[in-house]
Design a protein around this ligand. Structure first.
Ligand code: COA
Length: 241
Protein backbone atom coordinates (compact mmCIF):
# COMPACT_ATOMS: atom_id res chain seq x y z
CA UNK A 1 0.00 0.00 0.00
CA UNK A 2 1.44 3.43 -0.92
CA UNK A 3 1.23 6.20 1.67
CA UNK A 4 -1.81 7.76 -0.01
CA UNK A 5 -3.57 4.64 -1.21
CA UNK A 6 -5.87 4.49 1.78
CA UNK A 7 -8.11 7.54 2.02
CA UNK A 8 -9.08 8.69 5.49
CA UNK A 9 -12.71 9.55 5.99
CA UNK A 10 -13.35 12.93 7.57
CA UNK A 11 -16.83 14.30 8.19
CA UNK A 12 -17.74 17.98 8.51
CA UNK A 13 -19.97 17.46 11.54
CA UNK A 14 -19.46 15.62 14.82
CA UNK A 15 -16.08 14.91 16.34
CA UNK A 16 -12.97 16.27 14.62
CA UNK A 17 -11.18 13.70 12.52
CA UNK A 18 -7.55 13.51 13.59
CA UNK A 19 -4.58 11.21 13.15
CA UNK A 20 -1.93 10.00 15.56
CA UNK A 21 1.65 10.29 14.36
CA UNK A 22 3.46 7.22 15.66
CA UNK A 23 2.56 3.57 16.19
CA UNK A 24 4.79 2.42 19.04
CA UNK A 25 4.15 1.83 22.73
CA UNK A 26 3.85 5.53 23.55
CA UNK A 27 1.42 6.02 20.65
CA UNK A 28 -0.74 3.20 22.01
CA UNK A 29 -0.96 4.93 25.39
CA UNK A 30 -1.74 8.27 23.74
CA UNK A 31 -4.42 6.66 21.58
CA UNK A 32 -6.22 5.39 24.67
CA UNK A 33 -6.26 8.91 26.06
CA UNK A 34 -7.61 10.30 22.77
CA UNK A 35 -10.35 7.66 22.66
CA UNK A 36 -11.59 9.13 25.95
CA UNK A 37 -11.90 12.60 24.39
CA UNK A 38 -15.29 12.81 22.63
CA UNK A 39 -14.21 15.87 20.63
CA UNK A 40 -11.92 13.71 18.49
CA UNK A 41 -12.24 10.70 16.25
CA UNK A 42 -8.89 9.09 15.50
CA UNK A 43 -9.16 7.79 11.95
CA UNK A 44 -5.69 6.28 11.73
CA UNK A 45 -2.03 6.63 12.51
CA UNK A 46 1.08 7.47 10.51
CA UNK A 47 4.23 5.41 10.84
CA UNK A 48 7.11 4.04 8.81
CA UNK A 49 6.53 0.82 10.76
CA UNK A 50 3.89 -1.36 9.13
CA UNK A 51 3.58 -3.44 12.31
CA UNK A 52 2.13 -1.15 14.97
CA UNK A 53 2.45 -2.00 18.65
CA UNK A 54 -0.27 -4.23 20.06
CA UNK A 55 -3.28 -2.15 21.04
CA UNK A 56 -3.08 0.27 18.10
CA UNK A 57 -6.69 -0.26 17.10
CA UNK A 58 -6.60 2.18 14.17
CA UNK A 59 -5.13 1.54 10.71
CA UNK A 60 -1.68 2.66 9.60
CA UNK A 61 -2.54 5.08 6.79
CA UNK A 62 1.03 5.64 5.61
CA UNK A 63 4.03 7.55 6.90
CA UNK A 64 4.58 11.26 7.57
CA UNK A 65 4.82 11.98 3.82
CA UNK A 66 1.03 11.66 3.92
CA UNK A 67 0.65 14.80 6.09
CA UNK A 68 -0.05 17.30 3.24
CA UNK A 69 -2.53 14.86 1.68
CA UNK A 70 -4.46 14.54 4.95
CA UNK A 71 -5.23 18.26 4.95
CA UNK A 72 -6.85 17.90 1.53
CA UNK A 73 -8.91 14.98 2.82
CA UNK A 74 -10.42 17.10 5.58
CA UNK A 75 -8.26 16.00 8.50
CA UNK A 76 -7.33 19.08 10.53
CA UNK A 77 -5.49 17.77 13.56
CA UNK A 78 -2.60 15.52 14.44
CA UNK A 79 -1.36 14.29 17.79
CA UNK A 80 2.36 13.53 17.58
CA UNK A 81 2.92 10.46 19.76
CA UNK A 82 6.62 9.70 19.35
CA UNK A 83 8.68 9.28 22.52
CA UNK A 84 12.01 10.64 21.22
CA UNK A 85 12.04 14.37 21.96
CA UNK A 86 14.06 15.51 18.93
CA UNK A 87 11.99 13.36 16.56
CA UNK A 88 8.78 14.68 18.10
CA UNK A 89 9.96 18.25 17.58
CA UNK A 90 10.70 17.55 13.91
CA UNK A 91 7.36 15.84 13.34
CA UNK A 92 5.37 18.59 15.11
CA UNK A 93 6.94 21.13 12.75
CA UNK A 94 6.23 18.96 9.72
CA UNK A 95 2.58 18.66 10.78
CA UNK A 96 2.19 22.42 11.24
CA UNK A 97 3.93 23.10 7.90
CA UNK A 98 1.40 20.73 6.29
CA UNK A 99 -1.39 22.97 7.61
CA UNK A 100 -2.53 20.65 10.40
CA UNK A 101 -3.08 21.81 13.96
CA UNK A 102 -1.42 20.02 16.86
CA UNK A 103 -3.87 18.21 19.12
CA UNK A 104 -3.19 17.72 22.81
CA UNK A 105 -4.20 14.55 24.65
CA UNK A 106 -5.23 15.17 28.25
CA UNK A 107 -6.36 12.11 30.19
CA UNK A 108 -9.61 12.53 32.12
CA UNK A 109 -7.78 10.61 34.87
CA UNK A 110 -5.21 13.41 35.24
CA UNK A 111 -5.75 16.17 37.79
CA UNK A 112 -5.29 19.50 36.03
CA UNK A 113 -5.75 22.67 38.09
CA UNK A 114 -8.07 25.30 36.58
CA UNK A 115 -5.16 27.73 36.30
CA UNK A 116 -2.83 25.23 34.62
CA UNK A 117 -2.19 25.66 30.90
CA UNK A 118 -1.64 22.76 28.49
CA UNK A 119 -0.50 23.92 25.06
CA UNK A 120 -1.26 22.35 21.68
CA UNK A 121 0.32 18.98 21.06
CA UNK A 122 1.12 18.29 24.72
CA UNK A 123 0.25 14.93 26.27
CA UNK A 124 -0.91 14.52 29.88
CA UNK A 125 -1.16 10.88 30.95
CA UNK A 126 -3.43 9.27 33.56
CA UNK A 127 -2.61 10.00 37.18
CA UNK A 128 -0.53 13.09 36.39
CA UNK A 129 -1.12 16.03 38.69
CA UNK A 130 -0.71 19.61 37.46
CA UNK A 131 -1.15 22.12 40.26
CA UNK A 132 -1.83 25.84 40.15
CA UNK A 133 -0.27 27.90 37.33
CA UNK A 134 1.65 25.02 35.83
CA UNK A 135 2.40 25.47 32.12
CA UNK A 136 3.08 22.57 29.75
CA UNK A 137 4.27 23.80 26.38
CA UNK A 138 3.86 22.51 22.83
CA UNK A 139 4.61 18.85 22.32
CA UNK A 140 5.73 18.19 25.89
CA UNK A 141 4.83 14.94 27.67
CA UNK A 142 3.79 14.65 31.33
CA UNK A 143 3.74 10.92 31.77
CA UNK A 144 1.80 8.59 34.06
CA UNK A 145 1.59 9.69 37.67
CA UNK A 146 4.07 12.57 37.37
CA UNK A 147 3.52 15.41 39.83
CA UNK A 148 4.09 19.03 38.86
CA UNK A 149 3.55 21.34 41.81
CA UNK A 150 2.58 24.99 41.49
CA UNK A 151 4.26 27.24 38.89
CA UNK A 152 6.25 24.49 37.21
CA UNK A 153 6.96 25.12 33.56
CA UNK A 154 7.65 22.31 31.09
CA UNK A 155 9.05 23.80 27.91
CA UNK A 156 8.36 22.57 24.39
CA UNK A 157 9.09 18.91 23.59
CA UNK A 158 10.38 18.07 27.09
CA UNK A 159 9.34 14.77 28.69
CA UNK A 160 8.58 14.20 32.38
CA UNK A 161 8.61 10.40 32.75
CA UNK A 162 6.29 8.32 34.96
CA UNK A 163 6.34 9.04 38.65
CA UNK A 164 8.66 12.06 38.52
CA UNK A 165 8.02 14.62 41.23
CA UNK A 166 8.68 18.30 40.59
CA UNK A 167 8.36 20.67 43.53
CA UNK A 168 7.04 24.20 43.04
CA UNK A 169 8.60 26.58 40.54
CA UNK A 170 10.72 24.05 38.62
CA UNK A 171 11.46 24.86 34.97
CA UNK A 172 12.28 22.07 32.54
CA UNK A 173 14.02 23.35 29.42
CA UNK A 174 12.97 22.51 25.89
CA UNK A 175 13.62 18.92 24.88
CA UNK A 176 14.88 17.84 28.31
CA UNK A 177 14.08 14.31 29.58
CA UNK A 178 13.37 13.66 33.27
CA UNK A 179 13.68 9.94 34.03
CA UNK A 180 11.10 7.87 35.84
CA UNK A 181 10.74 8.56 39.54
CA UNK A 182 13.21 11.44 39.75
CA UNK A 183 12.70 14.25 42.25
CA UNK A 184 13.45 17.92 41.58
CA UNK A 185 13.57 20.36 44.51
CA UNK A 186 11.85 23.78 44.31
CA UNK A 187 12.80 26.48 41.79
CA UNK A 188 15.49 24.46 40.03
CA UNK A 189 15.99 24.89 36.28
CA UNK A 190 16.77 21.87 34.12
CA UNK A 191 18.63 23.00 30.99
CA UNK A 192 17.37 22.40 27.48
CA UNK A 193 18.01 18.87 26.11
CA UNK A 194 19.46 17.70 29.44
CA UNK A 195 18.70 14.20 30.79
CA UNK A 196 17.96 13.39 34.44
CA UNK A 197 18.46 9.69 35.26
CA UNK A 198 15.66 7.58 36.66
CA UNK A 199 15.33 7.94 40.42
CA UNK A 200 17.78 10.84 40.65
CA UNK A 201 17.37 13.68 43.13
CA UNK A 202 18.19 17.08 41.65
CA UNK A 203 19.17 19.77 44.16
CA UNK A 204 20.71 22.41 41.85
CA UNK A 205 20.25 23.83 38.37
CA UNK A 206 21.30 21.46 35.58
CA UNK A 207 23.17 22.90 32.55
CA UNK A 208 21.94 22.38 29.02
CA UNK A 209 22.75 19.13 27.18
CA UNK A 210 24.23 17.13 30.05
CA UNK A 211 23.17 13.92 31.77
CA UNK A 212 22.86 13.92 35.55
CA UNK A 213 22.27 10.86 37.76
CA UNK A 214 22.18 9.87 41.42
CA UNK A 215 21.34 11.39 44.77
CA UNK A 216 22.40 14.13 44.79
CA UNK A 217 22.39 14.25 41.01
CA UNK A 218 25.78 14.89 39.39
CA UNK A 219 26.81 15.34 35.78
CA UNK A 220 28.02 12.06 34.23
CA UNK A 221 28.43 13.03 30.58
CA UNK A 222 27.26 15.24 27.81
CA UNK A 223 23.86 13.90 27.02
CA UNK A 224 24.60 10.37 25.76
CA UNK A 225 21.17 9.58 24.42
CA UNK A 226 20.95 12.89 22.56
CA UNK A 227 23.83 12.49 20.11
CA UNK A 228 25.69 15.68 19.14
CA UNK A 229 24.21 15.87 15.63
CA UNK A 230 20.68 15.58 17.01
CA UNK A 231 21.36 18.25 19.62
CA UNK A 232 23.03 20.59 17.15
CA UNK A 233 20.19 20.25 14.65
CA UNK A 234 17.69 20.88 17.44
CA UNK A 235 19.56 24.02 18.52
CA UNK A 236 19.82 25.24 14.91
CA UNK A 237 16.10 24.62 14.50
CA UNK A 238 15.37 26.61 17.65
CA UNK A 239 17.50 29.54 16.42
CA UNK A 240 15.68 29.47 13.10
CA UNK A 241 12.26 29.80 14.75
C1 COA B 1 20.57 8.39 32.81
C2 COA B 1 20.52 7.40 31.66
C3 COA B 1 19.90 8.09 30.42
C4 COA B 1 21.95 7.04 31.36
O1 COA B 1 22.02 6.21 30.26
P1 COA B 1 23.42 6.07 29.50
O2 COA B 1 23.80 7.38 28.91
O3 COA B 1 23.28 4.91 28.56
O4 COA B 1 24.49 5.83 30.63
P2 COA B 1 25.08 4.45 31.23
O5 COA B 1 24.00 3.43 31.35
O6 COA B 1 26.28 4.12 30.44
O7 COA B 1 25.51 4.90 32.70
C5 COA B 1 26.53 5.81 32.95
C6 COA B 1 26.83 5.78 34.43
O8 COA B 1 25.71 6.35 35.15
C7 COA B 1 25.14 5.38 36.05
N1 COA B 1 23.71 5.54 35.97
C8 COA B 1 22.95 5.45 34.85
N2 COA B 1 21.68 5.73 35.13
C9 COA B 1 21.61 5.97 36.44
C10 COA B 1 20.55 6.31 37.30
N3 COA B 1 19.30 6.44 36.83
N4 COA B 1 20.82 6.51 38.60
C11 COA B 1 22.08 6.40 39.06
N5 COA B 1 23.15 6.08 38.29
C12 COA B 1 22.90 5.87 36.99
C13 COA B 1 25.62 4.04 35.54
O9 COA B 1 25.65 3.09 36.57
C14 COA B 1 26.99 4.38 35.01
O10 COA B 1 27.86 4.49 36.10
P3 COA B 1 29.41 3.97 35.97
O11 COA B 1 30.04 4.80 34.90
O12 COA B 1 29.96 4.22 37.34
O13 COA B 1 29.31 2.52 35.61
C15 COA B 1 19.64 6.15 31.97
O14 COA B 1 20.33 5.26 32.83
C16 COA B 1 18.32 6.52 32.63
O15 COA B 1 18.17 6.61 33.84
N6 COA B 1 17.30 6.75 31.77
C17 COA B 1 15.99 7.10 32.20
C18 COA B 1 15.00 6.19 31.48
C19 COA B 1 13.57 6.53 31.81
O16 COA B 1 13.21 6.80 32.93
N7 COA B 1 12.77 6.53 30.79
C20 COA B 1 11.37 6.84 30.91
C21 COA B 1 10.64 6.36 29.69
S1 COA B 1 8.91 6.61 29.82
Amino acid sequence: MTPSSRKPRASSSGPRAIVVLGAGGHATAVLEVLHAQPAYQVIGCLSTDRSPASGMDVPVLGDDRLLPQLRHDGVTGVCVAVGDNAARQRLCRAAVEAGLSLVSAVSPAALVAPSAVVEAGAVIMPGAILRAHVRVEEGAIVNTGAILDHHCRIEAQAHVAPGATLAGGVTVGAGAMLGAGCTIVPNVRIGAWAIVGAGSVVLHDVPERVTVVGNPARVVAPSASQRPHAVESAIAAEKAR
